[in-house]
Design a protein. Sequence first.
Length: 114
Amino acid sequence: QVQLVESGGGLVQAGGSLRLSCAASGIVFRINPMGWYRQAPGKQRELVAEIASGDVANYADSVKGRFTISRDNAKSTVYLQMNSLKPEDTAVYYCKAPLHNRYWGQGTRVTVSL
């Protein structure tokens, strides 16, 4: 059974930082690409960042230069460091292993205030 548990969300002022974590189980983490997604109120879920098993990362244009995705294979955990947060980053953030597409975690809510 694949399980993904996100944490680290919260309320932060614009310009602040947060670090999200996602602990994965039920998959061979080290060989799986991982992704962070977000869903803002009234909007579709979108890809924020993804990292391959070899640590190559890609980012949505809206977060390039502000967010950094990383992974710790020993802990089966993927992280999202979010800096210079903007109100438009407000969303519920989810992680996913794209090769196990049907599984989502419960998400962690990020709220960025002015």
